[in-house]
Design a protein around this ligand. Structure first.
Ligand SMILES: C[S@@+](CC[C@H](N)C(=O)[O-])C[C@H]1O[C@@H](n2cnc3c(N)ncnc32)[C@H](O)[C@@H]1O
Length: 207
């Protein structure tokens, strides 16, 4: 899902914007592949990852400790855990996790992220994003056709599981929704760092 481009964009951004000893919060961190590859050149990063998969958290910890970051992994649902955190963080990242939530839940997460960030802090979201006039079903159908055409590395069973997951669990928002919600959450700046040529996957900066 365009991880190489996302990593390159996050790396470019960090070289100008990420402070020394940055405090990073990763919501739905998975195995931290993206954060580790985008920011491995940054020293002494203080990283907190939240994921309800403890096995992914274990891989993330091993990966990040190898690059000498200070790592805290939290097992659980970030919807519950966000209220217990204090911050401030320099960057909060949410990659391919928010689209599983309802619109009000996504807005609550980005509003809480604003509170947890330092005044100069940045929220980075990379995720599936609908076109403005597109319904959820139209977007999901478009994505499913793209997957059928292009994701040749998966076998039929894997593709069936991906199709079922998208139909049941994906609730992507539109670009306009993201712009409006960023304002409502208290962010003054909104910047699109990456969108793939077919208009599915976006990397959005809010600060
Ligand atoms: C598609 S993976 C993305 C992982 C990583 N952010 C990346 O970009 O490669 C989604 C991850 O988010 C986690 N996740 C999704 N919703 C979550 C939630 N509400 N709380 C904690 N973890 C969540 C899943 O367990 C999974 O590891």
């Amino acid at each position: 899902m365009h991880h190489d481009e996302l990593i390159a964009a996050l790396k470019n951004w960090s070289q100008l914007a990420l402070p020394y000893r940055a405090r990073v919060l990763d919501l739905g961190s998975g195995d931290a592949h993206v954060a580790a590859n985008a920011w491995s050149h940054e020293s002494e990063v203080r990283y907190t990852g939240i994921d309800f998969s403890s096995s992914a958290g274990k891989i993330a910890r091993e990966r990040l400790e190898k690059i000498d970051w200070q790592v805290e992994m939290i097992d659980g649902d970030f919807l519950d855990k966000l209220d217990q955190l204090e911050g401030p963080y320099d960057v909060i990242v949410a990659g391919y996790t928010l689209h599983h939530l309802s619109g009000p839940e996504q807005l609550a997460v980005i509003a809480r992220a604003r509170q947890l960030l330092s005044p100069q802090g940045t929220l980075m979201v990379y995720d599936v994003v609908r076109r403005d006039q597109e319904t959820r079903d139209e977007f999901n159908q478009r994505l499913l056709s793209h997957i059928d055409d292009d994701w040749k590395t998966f076998d039929d069973n894997e593709l069936a599981a991906i199709r079922q997951h998208i139909s049941r669990e994906d609730y992507p928002q539109t670009k306009s929704w993201w712009q409006k919600s960023a304002r409502l959450a208290g962010f003054g700046n909104w910047h699109l760092h990456f969108a793939d040529e077919r208009d599915f996957f976006y990397l959005i900066e809010m600060s």
